[in-house]
Design a protein around this ligand. Structure first.
Ligand code: GRG
Length: 295
């Protein structure tokens, strides 16, 4: 099985879990549930959820047991996309190749759908106890995800990003934005897989380094795709971030240096997980995918 197929089979497990965990579209009050399902089941790659399962695999925990954590991280990711697409934020019309949530259901319902997904994610994490995890471990996972989703995680990254619009930012500020906006959820994903598998401090540290490098390389390649990629697949307007006066890695470093920075981060990713041997092949493939990805 190649890496894309391995991602596909993890995505299938996560999609089935999400379908079961999200309220039925017909459940009262129906529009909010329709909107939650519309955006969540719109066909994301499921990288964050796949990381939870992949790390559990590495450390010998059955992927099925960690599915609530994988699904919860994908709910939070979807909520952040819905809110990021709103007119008050990035004002995007397309996401995952489909009209954005607010374009279909209106702004008020889109705000509520995002809020409800964030809330449902934490209810879902609490259900890890039903999979036999100790309450202390479940609480640690909830704390980890809460921090990643909050003002010292992705919200913090978004706040600095909004503050930086139209301003010339340094490479350090851009790294802060993306380590928080993009990196925080990737870190939480691998760390949840590790915490649920009883990882020690050194294993947690190695996996956290992997996630930090992955998050940064992911964002750099996202910026590069924004310049050169298949915009229809990405569900974006061509050059959308540049058009919005946002700082990007190719924008402040130039395309050549941005590619080199992404390659360096991928090398760092590979070094950080060398200790895990062939069981970490999914993580290796994920890092390599960044250098050739089309979406
Ligand atoms: C809560 C408003 C609000 C914002 C928080 C995380 C975030 C900040 C905003 C989300 C939008 C964004 C541009 C995030 C950067 C990371 C990124 C490129 C996300 C897209 O991730 P993929 O490619 O998406 O994994 P799929 O659709 O495959 O799940």
């Amino acid at each position: 099985m190649n890496w894309e197929q391995a991602l596909g089979s993890k995505a299938e497990l996560i999609n089935t879990a999400l379908d079961l965990l999200l309220p039925r579209a017909s459940a009262y009050p129906s529009p909010i549930h329709e909107a939650m399902r519309y955006s969540t089941l719109a066909g994301g790659k499921r990288l964050r959820g796949a990381f939870v399962i992949a790390v559990a695999d590495i450390l010998g925990t059955d992927g099925e047991r960690v599915l609530p954590a994988a699904a919860a991280l994908e709910m939070i990711h979807t909520y952040s996309l819905i809110h990021d697409d709103l007119p008050a934020m990035d004002d995007d019309d397309y996401r995952r190749g489909k009209p954005t949530c607010h374009k279909v259901y209106g702004e008020a319902v889109a705000i509520l759908a995002g809020d409800a997904l964030l809330t449902l994610a934490f209810c879902t994490l609490s259900r890890l106890q039903e999979k036999g995890f100790e309450p202390g471990v479940v609480l640690r996972v909830i704390q980890e995800v809460g921090k990643a989703a909050g003002s010292q995680g992705l919200i913090g990254g978004q706040a600095v990003d909004l503050d930086s619009e139209g301003v010339k930012v340094s490479k350090e500020t851009l790294e802060y934005i993306h380590n928080h906006k993009t990196g925080a959820l990737f870190s939480a994903s691998v760390r949840c897989g590790a915490l649920l598998s009883g990882a020690g401090d050194e294993e947690l540290q190695a996996l956290s380094e992997y996630a930090k490098g992955f998050g940064l390389a992911f964002q750099i390649t996202d910026d590069l795709l924004d310049l050169t990629g298949d915009q229809e697949l990405l569900g974006k307007k061509p050059g959308s971030d540049l058009a919005k006066n946002k700082a990007t890695f190719p924008g402040i470093l130039g395309i050549g240096e941005a590619i080199k920075l992404a390659e360096d981060q991928v090398k760092k990713c590979q070094l950080s997980i060398a200790r895990f041997g062939p069981r970490a092949d999914f993580l290796r493939g994920a890092a390599n995918y960044l250098l050739t990805r089309k979406r």
